[in-house]
Design a protein around this ligand. Structure first.
Ligand SMILES: [Zn+2]
Length: 296
């Protein structure tokens, strides 16, 4: 094991209202290259709050290999507390696709700047807070369960067969990296106690990657789902959440209602299958095709 890590901080994009920073810690002994990213959506604050604490802790850590930390990937969105960057309203987490055949015609240009910085990582963890949904804290992977997920200490894991293209972890997975996303906490809110839990979980994750000495020991394996069912709705209006995530539902249970924008009619949204509610849309506006819940 080496002595404390060398830190170099780069500004990937300079702006008076919010610059994009990347912090690269290099240890004095060999080890993996791990990238931790958060703040891709500007209304999700657990990741940025915890990664900024982690930066301080890593300064004093006995580090092997390299750890790259990008705590505020979408700085203008974070400055405005909005999901998307008001000057570039293209979802950053749909912009990480760079091959010519499948690239969207318009990209959020931050995606390329971020990818260039973390392209040499072996492991990429992208921290989110569930966006427009309330959810059970969970970790997401593609194709197969990655044992690194266990270190994060969440009760649930969801393995996807396929992701929408443009996700940071999709790009990472297709580039041959171990790629995980963590959905932790709720967007638009921040509890300091819960934030501490995340900081500890991220340190345990770096212990599991062997970037830092593992002080935490092993964690409980999450309950893994390889299948999930979403519930896209056919009306737009105000969704009222009736059942919170974490509950077990039967097929046909009313998860929420939509009061339609057009005529004020109320429509009940039922659970399409039986199972556990992993995510339920927050009370608020919903549009045609948006999912009211995710059941595993
Ligand atoms: Zn997000």
């Amino acid at each position: 094991m080496g002595t404390s890590a060398k830190l170099s901080t780069k500004i990937l994009k300079q702006s008076a209202t919010g610059s994009l920073f990347a912090h690269r810690f290099v240890g004095s002994s060999n080890g993996p290259c791990v990238a931790l990213v958060s703040g891709v959506h500007g209304d999700e604050w657990y990741g940025p709050a915890s990664l900024n604490k982690l930066i301080k802790m890593l300064k004093a850590s006995d580090l092997s290999g390299t750890v790259i930390v990008i705590p505020a990937a979408n700085p203008l969105a974070l400055a405005e507390h909005s999901r998307l960057d008001p000057t570039c309203p293209l979802d950053l987490n749909r912009s990480f696709v760079f091959d010519k055949a499948t690239s969207p015609s318009e990209h959020n240009p931050l995606a390329k700047l971020i990818w260039r910085e973390i392209a040499d990582a072996d492991v990429i963890l992208d921290v989110h807070s569930c966006g427009v949904d309330d959810c059970v804290d969970h970790v997401r992977m593609l194709k197969e369960f990655d044992s690194l997920a266990t270190s994060l200490g969440v009760s649930r894991a969801l393995v996807f067969e396929k992701w929408p293209s443009g996700l940071l972890i999709d790009q990472a997975f297709r580039s041959g990296k171990r790629a995980l996303a963590l959905e932790f906490g709720t967007s638009g809110s921040l509890s300091l106690r819960k934030g501490k839990t995340l900081t500890k979980a991220l340190m345990a994750f770096l212990g599991a990657t062997k970037s830092i000495p593992n002080k935490e020991g092993s964690r409980k394996t999450p309950k893994v789902a390889y299948k999930h069912t979403m519930a896209p709705v056919e009306a737009s209006g105000i969704f009222e959440q009736k059942l919170p995530p974490g509950l077990r539902v039967k097929r046909g249970d009313v998860v929420g209602t939509i009061r339609c924008f057009q005529d004020g009619e109320s429509i009940e949204i039922q659970a399409p299958v039986a199972g556990d509610l992993l995510m339920v849309r927050k009370t608020g506006p919903i549009g045609v095709g948006n999912s009211a819940c995710t059941i595993v």
